[in-house]
Design a protein around this ligand. Structure first.
Ligand SMILES: C[S@@+](CC[C@H](N)C(=O)[O-])C[C@H]1O[C@@H](n2cnc3c(N)ncnc32)[C@H](O)[C@@H]1O
Length: 296
C-alpha cells in the first residue's frame, strides 16, 4: 500500500460493489448502498457513467475486458460471504470480526447483526479514510462498531483486540477477505494462529490466491493487466497457498477446513449459466474453516 493513503484495491472492490448495487433489484446479487460513497476521483465517475442508459452494460463489459474476471469474482464472493455470515447467525454468533475491512459495508447493511459485537480491523490509513466517509453519510451510525487500526505485517492482533473488548470465549465469525495475498508469510501465520484461539466452533472465512499465480502468472488468464494495476496501487501479491495443502496447513494452526472454492465455482453458483462465459481470476479462492477444540 502507498504510505499515507487508503488501500486502492479496497476502493476497486467498492467500485465493483457499487456497480452491482446499481442494477435492478431483481437482477443484482446484493445491494450495497454505501459502496459508492467510498469512491474517489476518477473512480466515482464510473457508476455515474454506468447509470447512463447507453453505457449501463458497456461499462462492466469494458472493465471485464481489461481486467478479466476480477469484477465478477468480487461480486460473486461478496454474495457468497453475505450468505455465509447470514447462515452463521443461526448458530448463533456473538462477535463478527472483519479483518482488513477496507470499504466492506456489511456492518451497516446486513440484517440480524443487532445483537452481534462487530469489530473492523484494518490498516490505519484505510481505516481513517473509511471513518471520515462514514461520518459524512447521513443515516449511518458506526457507533456500535469497534474499530481497530493495525498493520498485520508489523504487529499481532492480541493486545489490540483485547483492548477493543474482544472476548475469546464468545462464538465468533472472523472474515478476512481480500487480504492474505498482500501480507508476509509470517503475518498470515501469526494471524491464523490468533484466529485459532477463538472459542472452539467459531468460524474463519478467508480468501487466498493459488500459490502458482505468484510464480507463473502467465498460466492464468488476465494477470498481465491485473498485475500492472496492482503494481501501480503499490499492492502487489506477496502470499499464496497450494489448495491441496490447505487442509493440513490449517490443521497445523488449529483450524479445520470446511469448504474451499475457487472463483469459477462461486461464479457458477451465483451467476448460473452466464458464468460459463466468465474468464479470469480463477486463482482466487474462498475458504471456510472452523476453530478446532483443543486436544484433550
Ligand atoms: C483488497 S482490500 C480488501 C478490503 C475488503 N476486505 C474487501 O474485500 O473489500 C485489502 C485490504 O487489506 C488491508 N491491508 C493490506 N495490507 C495490510 C496490512 N499490512 N495491515 C493491515 N491491513 C492491510 C487494506 O487496508 C485493505 O483494506
Amino acid at each position: 500500500m502507498r504510505a499515507g493513503r487508503g488501500s486502492r484495491t479496497a476502493e476497486h472492490n467498492a467500485l465493483f460493489r457499487a456497480l452491482e448495487s446499481a442494477r435492478p433489484e431483481g437482477a443484482r446479487l446484493f445491494g450495497d448502498p454505501l459502496a459508492r460513497s467510498f469512491l474517489t476521483w476518477p473512480l466515482w465517475l464510473v457508476p455515474w457513467l454506468a447509470a447512463l442508459p447507453a453505457l449501463g452494460r458497456l461499462v462492466p463489459r469494458l472493465i471485464d475486458r481489461r481486467w478479466p474476471g476480477v469484477r465478477s469474482s468480487v461480486v460473486a464472493r461478496t454474495r457468497l460471504i453475505d450468505d455465509a455470515i447470514q447462515a452463521s447467525l443461526r448458530e448463533p454468533i456473538e462477535q463478527l470480526i472483519i479483518l482488513g475491512a477496507g470499504f466492506d459495508s456489511r456492518a451497516y447493511r446486513l440484517p440480524g447483526l443487532h445483537d452481534v459485537v462487530v469489530f473492523e480491523v484494518d490498516h490505519p490509513d484505510t481505516q481513517a479514510r473509511k471513518r471520515r466517509v462514514l461520518r459524512r453519510v447521513p443515516g449511518i451510525s458506526a457507533e456500535y462498531v469497534r474499530f481497530v487500526a493495525t498493520d498485520f505485517n508489523q504487529r499481532n492482533l492480541t493486545s489490540a483486540m483485547t483492548a477493543a473488548g474482544y472476548c475469546e470465549s464468545a462464538r465468533t465469525f472472523i472474515l478476512w477477505e481480500g487480504v492474505t495475498n498482500y501480507l508476509t508469510e509470517d503475518a498470515v501465520d501469526a494471524t491464523l494462529r490468533w484466529c485459532a484461539r477463538a472459542m472452539p466452533g467459531s468460524l474463519l472465512l478467508f480468501t487466498y490466491v493459488h500459490r502458482d499465480v505468484l510464480t507463473r502468472p502467465d498460466a492464468f488468464v488476465g494477470t498481465r493487466n491485473l498485475f500492472a494495476a496492482l503494481e501501480k496501487a503499490g499492492e502487489q501479491l506477496t502470499f499464496g497457498l497450494e489448495p491441496s495443502r490447505l487442509p493440513r496447513f490449517l490443521d497445523e494452526r488449529g483450524l479445520s477446513l470446511e469448504r474451499d472454492v475457487g472463483a469459477a465455482e462461486y461464479r457458477a453458483r451465483y451467476f448460473g449459466d452466464a458464468a460459463r462465459a466468465m474468464r479470469g481470476h480463477e486463482f482466487y479462492r474462498v475458504a471456510l474453516a472452523r476453530v478446532e477444540r483443543p486436544a484433550a
